[in-house]
Ligand binder design. Sequence first.
Ligand code: KG4
Ligand code: ZN
Length: 334
Amino acid sequence: MTKILAIETSCDESAAAIVEDGLRILGSKVHTQIAIHAEYGGVVPELASRSHTERVLPVIQAAMKEAGCQLNDLDAIAVTNKPGLIGSLLVGVTAAKAIAFSLGKPLIGVHHIEAHLYANAFEHGELQFPCVGMAVSGGHTSLYLGRSPVSWEVIGQTIDDAAGEAFDKVAKLLELSYPGGPIIEKVAMNGNPHAIEFPKSMLGKDSLDFSFSGLKTAVLYACRGKTARNSSDNQLIVKVEDAAASFQKSVCDVLCIKALKAMEQYNVKNLYVGGGVICNKELRRSLEESLKSKGLKVFYPRPSLCTDNAVMIAGLAYHHYLNQNFLGLNAGVG
Ligand code: KG4
Ligand code: ZN
């Protein structure tokens, strides 16, 4: 039995988890900073890292308590070391280094986005390879070709905003709360997704890259008029529900088209998705619908493992542990 403690502080959640053999969750705690960043409509990096310094040790202690685990029971310490906000990553990595050094146990660095995809293993058992992975979060929108739990090749990514970031910015201009994804999903339920025809940026016939900044500007102009420069200029001139539903449809359509294209280009049958935006039920429904007719399968984790957590970090870390893929105590971040 291999017990790994994982720490996650790459963005606005301080999280810790203990997982046995990559799949059995013994303890997991997440402290979210949503209340800190809500008034700014997005994550403020300096506030995020300050909060992590206060919360990282308490979440580790709480997760260890839940797991009924002593520090000496641990076989390795894992931490998200990329990608993320540098100041935030540094807090988790420094804590992990200190624990690993004091216990004389190996230190494992985990890629945050690869871990979002690995989160599917907790729902569906070990991932089947080769596969396509699609990570859709507040900071990333990327497609990967997965060959093993520790081998992921980027085959497409956003050239500007991430899909979650677009949800957050559009929510702000529709005067909705932060984070934007859940509230847009809720409001969209009472709107007409065909009310406004928003652009779907494809970036070329075979491209697997994404672009959401044009869509965000299109929503601004449609909702506040062509003279608007930011979310507070002019009155809203459309029904918020219709704008939310039409925007959500445009994002879902692009994600479905690109995911399908990636699976066809690389001739794979399984799509594993992850990241906060995958909580969106309309996105799940449209992915299922577009893949089913082609005989392809889509998998996603439960919502609590879609948003940032340390369970996914500990899970993927187990495969790095098996490969003896360890970090030195002088390792950097990002
Ligand atoms: O993966 P995550 O927790 O953090 C990052 O690594 O970025 O994703 C957070 C993002 C936010 O942008 C949030 O608005 C979005 O996920 N999100 C959603 C939903 N729930 C969270 N987007 C669309 N629909 C949702 N239901
Ligand atoms: Zn994330």
